[in-house]
Design a protein around this ligand. Structure first.
Ligand SMILES: [Zn+2]
Length: 124
């Protein structure tokens, strides 16, 4: 029910967010980190002054308080994983905006009721 101008405006602002929503199946929650590692060969240059091996990329996903899941990301999956991470961030941002607008809608409906109550009282 769109009774007030404010409620209509809020609904319009919500509708504008729809095209900004990414495909929810193209998302992953986490961060990408770059690591350089030493190998199992004790004679390898990486154990001395030489550069370590890498970069290797890992997806870190928090799975609870103090818990992180670490997943090695193959190089041919990097572009895809970066896109999924960006999509997740956008999904979260848009959800936050929807939350704000829906909260305003609840408040607006309350004010609407308040007004009709006051009107009812003044009519008595
Ligand atoms: Zn090595």
């Amino acid at each position: 029910m769109l009774r007030t101008r404010q409620q209509r405006l809020l609904e319009q602002r919500k509708a504008k967010l729809v095209p900004r929503l990414p495909d929810p199946l193209e998302t992953v929650r986490g961060t990408l980190v770059e690591r350089y590692l030493t190998c199992g060969n004790a004679n390898c240059r990486c154990h001395a002054k030489g550069p370590r091996h890498g970069p290797y990329y890992y997806l870190l996903t928090s799975t609870g308080p103090g818990k992180t899941r670490t997943t090695l990301v193959p190089n041919d999956q990097l572009v895809r994983v970066r896109r999924w991470i960006a999509n997740f961030k956008r999904f979260k941002d848009v959800s936050e905006k929807i939350t704000e607008l829906n909260t305003e809608l609840v408040r607006a409906s309350r004010m609407d009721k308040g007004r009709s109550k006051r009107a009812g009282r003044s009519g008595r």
